[in-house]
Design a protein. Sequence first.
Length: 208
Amino acid sequence: MTLTCNQLLETYPDLWRDATRHPFLDRCQAGTIEPQQFNTWLTQDYLFVTEFTRFLANTLAAAPVAHFDVLLGGLNAIRDELAWFRDKAQERQLSLDSAPQATCEAYCQLMASWSVQPYAVQATALWAIELAYNQGWQLPGVMVSPYDEFAQRWGNPGFTEYVKQLEAQANERLAGASEDVQGQAEAVFQAVARQENAFWQMAFIQGC
Ligand code: HMH
């Protein structure tokens, strides 16, 4: 049996729903998210993305040459994204030097542990992490300003296309993987889904 990304989504629909649907995002859509909640997400996600950059670089280091184009495109986009996060933080007069919260740190540490797993597992994790934001920011529907800019960043057609390319690359590698490695990929997918939900929850409970 060959595992595919789509099978993972079909096997764990509830887990994936909780990763991509959260009151945090619904309140962004409605414009009712509290500044403290949103700013916590923004500063913590910047920290996450810095660690995610290392994960992407490690994934590139393990990738076959045929996958370089897509991954290099991803790294190039992350360069813009990190600069954009700094702009957004400055607009809101937020310091990006804050310490990671436990939930953010746990996700970053898990990601670092995936860097030493087989490439098929890394490719699956990379796809799932990017799909979570691609879907999460789109599912609530058109967002009001200023949150529409955030929804656009991960919901735009170019990003959607990038996620499809990541899926194709992960599928290609999963097809040739041992059952053991497929099992690892499945476990990593579940972990991504749980961490994504926890990350929204971390920001959502600020100020409660
Ligand atoms: C928590 N997951 C989290 N943050 C992100 N920026 C992404 C996924 C997408 O890169």
